[in-house]
Design a protein around this ligand. Structure first.
Ligand code: FA5
Length: 342
């Protein structure tokens, strides 16, 4: 036999091996192929047996060609085994030690939690909870509250208009709810009105264009400024503990007379001065005062018979003090790393 004849047989075996490898399926198919081509009595062994019949000078060449075929067949067979092993692992492998998929459980937003606490505190003092519209007429947002057209107080609150020609605005405060409530019932009144407010305020650490207020209104015979101070003091101590200090400062609102603003001592810096309290040790929480008789007249209450107090406190400012949050914007960025802490 010549080396050329051997090479022709090598080609035939190689072609048959490759085509069988392509067609072979599964572990059993591969094992049958291994026996047929690479086994002790397989096609490769048969070819090696032919080496002996080559002329001495062609044995080296024949041996090289056979070894090449042997390496190629072994390599391709191994590759195929690996592929099969991987796909089998993908189908059946399951690691029971891995932690399971835990679905995300939502939670209450910190502002909602604080609103609930404020409501619970005031309802325990005999206040009921009322709601008012966020889209208001200028009449309720300003005129009925004694803030006449061109009054400088309208400049104090940069207003977002929905429809300027029809005088429709996004309410800039919760005080219009005072008017809705007084129009709908006779005294005595003792309500709080929580809700969203909107202003064209530039966002910074303590201002957001959308924020929450809780309005308070108490009207009856003989209600005084001392009642207002007592209610606010009780609220502050219940919310923050007996260490909380409050202070009232004279102020101006067209719908209250006299008017005041009250501040809570800054829990963040314990009064030393920080970014939240602008270095003063106090955080402005709310406007307040005795209801202006002009407002009573616009809702048909007798100002000679009734007196009342009102306040409108900023909920975010309270939440910042409770949770020691330095920037109001964090409440509205919806960053889960922040929200998950509550
Ligand atoms: C008012 O809005 C009055 N309606 C409050 C009032 C009610 C006075 C009843 C008298 C009687 P003022 O503009 O000061 O007042 O806002 C009240 C509180 O809302 C502020 O003290 C502050 O805590 C909060 N606040 C106001 N603007 C913003 C804002 N852009 N972002 C966050 N909180 C704000």
């Amino acid at each position: 036999m010549s080396v050329e004849t051997l090479k022709a047989q090598i080609n035939t075996v190689e072609t048959a091996f490759k085509s069988s490898l392509e067609k072979s399926a599964g572990q059993d198919g591969l094992e049958a192929l291994r026996i047929q081509f690479l086994g002790r009595k397989g096609a490769l062994t048969d070819l090696f047996k032919l080496l002996g019949s080559l002329p001495a000078e062609e044995k080296r060449l024949g041996g090289q060609a056979l070894n090449q075929l042997k390496n190629l067949m072994n390599q391709q067979f191994q590759d195929r085994m690996n592929d099969l092993g991987e796909s089998r692992n993908e189908q059946t492998f399951f690691d029971f030690s891995l932690p399971g998929d835990v679905g995300y459980v939502g939670r209450i937003h910190p502002i909602s939690t604080i609103l609930r606490e404020i409501k619970s505190c005031f309802t325990s003092m005999g206040f009921s909870v009322r709601q008012g519209p966020e889209v208001e007429t200028e009449y309720y947002n300003f005129d009925a509250l004694n803030i006449s057209k061109g009054h400088p107080a309208r400049d104090m609150q940069d207003t977002l208009f929905i429809d300027e020609s029809n005088e429709i605005v996004l309410r800039t405060h919760t005080s219009p709810v005072q008017v809705h409530v007084m129009e709908s019932q006779a005294p005595p009144v003792r309500i709080i009105a929580p809700g969203r407010c909107y202003r064209r305020d530039t966002p910074d650490a303590t201002h957001s264009p959308v924020f929450h207020q809780v309005e308070g209104l108490c009207v009856d015979e003989g209600v005084s400024f001392a009642d207002l101070k007592g209610v606010i003091q009780t609220f502050a101590k219940r919310m923050f503990g007996s260490d909380m200090k409050i202070r009232f400062r004279p102020s101006f609102f067209p719908f209250t007379e006299p008017s005041a603003e009250y501040d809570f001592s800054c829990m963040m810096c314990k009064g030393k001065g920080c970014r939240v309290c602008s270095g003063t040790g106090w955080v402005e929480i709310s406007g307040a005062g005795m209801v202006n008789p002009a407002v009573f007249k616009s809702v048909g209450y007798d100002p000679e018979k009734y007196t009342g107090y009102a306040f409108g406190m900023g909920v975010e400012r309270i939440a910042m003090l409770v949770y020691e949050v330095h920037d109001i914007r964090l409440f509205y960025e919806n960053d889960m790393r922040f929200l998950k802490q509550f």
